[in-house]
Design a protein around this ligand. Structure first.
Ligand code: AMP
Length: 114
């Protein structure tokens, strides 16, 4: 079975435009941006989605949100705002089954999402 693409990016075995990396998380530009700024924040450890997270993952999940806010600030999104999204499962349209937070900004966002 081929290795998950986000595991490969986290391990440096697949290319990505990284904007953040630490012991637990990596952030990089989405390959098909849906907004002027579209970043993805992932845990290095493979987790399918928040649906697969356990109470022991509480610190990691909090860390991912803090990294999302940090990369949003670094991208200049703090003043006007931005959206953090995580798709979970088929109805949400999840296409990569390694937990990731989308950080979207640089344009007004509609609500509710499609
Ligand atoms: P989702 O549909 O929520 O699972 O989001 C997956 C996201 O990953 C999509 O926005 C894709 O454009 C993005 N994506 C898939 N492969 C790559 C890749 N190799 N590098 C960067 N972004 C990717």
């Amino acid at each position: 079975m081929s290795e998950c693409i986000f595991c490969r990016i986290a391990a440096g075995r697949a290319p990505a435009r990284l904007v953040w990396q630490d012991d637990e998380a990596v952030a990089f530009h989405d390959l098909h941006p849906q907004a002027p700024v579209h970043l993805l924040v992932i845990p290095r450890r493979h987790l399918v989605s928040v649906n697969a997270a356990a109470p022991a993952d509480r610190d990691l999940l909090g860390h991912l949100l803090l990294v999302a806010a940090q990369v949003a600030r670094s991208a200049g999104l703090e003043a006007r705002g931005y959206r953090i999204v995580t798709n979970c499962g088929a109805d949400a349209g999840q296409s990569v089954f390694h937990l990731h937070l989308h950080v979207l900004g640089g344009r007004p966002m509609g609500w509710p999402p499609g």
